[in-house]
Design a protein around this ligand. Structure first.
Ligand code: ADP
Ligand code: MG
Length: 408
């Protein structure tokens, strides 16, 4: 039997460094942000509590990486100096309230699930966990926006020492959020007690992304395997779209996979192009899976306008398109107000961008809708939804004389 299909070709030297969980050893693009963190943390070496800080910035801007990297260094130095300092990193991505977050922390550290007890009891157990960890404990709560307005924890932890919830232990808290509105909506009491400092992570530009990729390529791929044009292309594509480093690395990784599939000895810019399409398509599929038919129709209406270049579009314009598409696929149309709710929902999960702007003769503010995901990828996903098959011609119609070639 021929087993050659199982052979692996050596493009990758160490694929693990392209995975999400990898923490980079150097983060020069975030040196300023790191120094801010260091300033807040090193107070612990003076015997006082670390600053409570908040990290803010869009997804893929190195917030998690910078914090993890800085905490590692902090722990190493604390160890060298025989300081009784501990750090606890917790991602809140799977919890939607303070109660759930505290429960998860307790469960992770004690092995027993406190859910079912009152919030007060659960918080007390969490403080027991902190007290056992050390004299100074830095608690990082990543993706904290998931708890929405159930944010008692952010108010409670900074006060824990003053109100006697912890006795010996000095606590510092670092909150990380991708959603700037979360900070604005936060309880003002929590805000004033929690944030000694807010560290903003601005979007990377193409140059930053290129440097990040170059360092990663050195570790991930065999020497000389990645063509010199491929790296700037990954960087430029990701920079165009909010400067997301995760996206840039995903393109690079996928480009390696494409090169392998094609039996190429090098990763070329053509592989990057294919990779971008695949990654974007996967992102769209991930974000629209689990949506309702009405969500799909609302999205299809915006896509149909986008295909013609008619975005940003007002709710009324989207609604006209929506009713036509609903008619084509034989679904009862809902009211414009409810369609707007679906559009807002799509905005919330990052597929659409709904911005309120002044418009119209009476000067009131109106929503304008645009696609936030890649148009080509979104169109191709919309075309694969069988429920919408009867509307495909309409969705594509406007493109007929325009840019259709780009999308199909
Ligand atoms: P955020 O937490 O802001 O969403 P991450 O810290 O998860 O972003 O970064 C996304 C990806 O990009 C991760 O794989 C991370 O290792 C990498 N990354 C981000 N910034 C840098 C940087 N300055 N140097 C090296 N890698 C980086
Ligand atoms: Mg993060």
């Amino acid at each position: 039997m021929d087993h050659s299909a199982w052979d692996v070709q050596g493009l990758f030297a160490d694929e693990d460094v392209l995975h999400e969980h990898y923490t980079p050893t150097e983060i020069p693009e975030r040196e300023d942000e790191k120094q801010e963190l260091v300033k807040g943390l090193r107070r612990a070496f003076r015997g006082t509590a670390p600053k409570n800080m908040f990290l803010l910035g869009k997804t893929g801007q190195g917030k998690t990486a910078t914090v993890r990297h800085t905490l590692q260094e902090f722990s190493v130095v604390a160890n060298e100096r025989n300081e009784d300092i501990a750090t606890l990193y917790h991602s809140c991505s799977k919890q939607n309230s303070s109660y759930q977050v505290a429960s998860a922390i307790v469960e992770n550290h004690t092995g027993s699930d406190p859910r079912g007890h009152s919030q007060q009891v659960v918080f007390e157990r969490m403080y027991d966990v902190f007290e056992e960890m050390g004299e100074t404990v830095v608690v990082v709560l990543d993706e904290i926006d998931n708890i929405g307005d159930r944010d008692d924890l952010l108010y409670d932890i900074p006060r824990a020492r003053n109100v006697g919830d912890v006795e010996g232990t000095k606590l510092g808290i670092i909150g990380i959020t991708n959603d700037s509105s979360f900070l604005q909506d936060l309880d003002p009491r929590a805000k004033s007690s929690l944030y000694d400092r807010t560290i903003q992570f601005d979007a990377y530009d193409a140059h930053d992304l290129e440097q990040i990729l170059r360092r990663r390529v050195k570790k991930a791929f065999e020497d000389g395997v990645v063509d010199d044009k491929a790296i700037p292309l990954c960087a430029a594509l990701a920079a165009r779209d909010m400067g997301n480093a995760r996206q840039a690395i995903d393109y690079l990784y996928e480009a390696g996979e494409v090169a392998l599939e094609e039996g190429s000895e090098q990763v070329l810019d053509t592989h990057v192009r294919t990779a971008e399409e695949r990654v974007e398509r996967r992102n769209v599929i991930d974000s629209i899976s689990g949506l309702t038919t009405q969500d799909h129709l609302a999205l299809a209406a915006v896509v149909s306008l986008a295909v013609c270049g008619d975005v940003p579009a007002r709710t009324r314009e989207v609604y006209v398109e929506y009713t036509d598409i609903a008619h084509d696929v034989d679904v009862n149309a809902i009211t414009m107000k409810r369609v707007r709710d679906h559009l807002l929902e799509l905005d919330l999960i990052g597929i659409l961008d709904g911005s309120k702007r002044a418009g119209g003769s009476r000067g009131g503010k109106r929503y304008y809708w645009d696609l936030r995901t890649d148009l080509g990828a979104t169109l191709s996903v919309i075309q694969s939804i069988s429920r919408l098959s009867a509307a495909q011609d309409r969705i594509l119609a406007g493109a007929e004389n325009r840019r259709i070639g780009e999308f199909t």
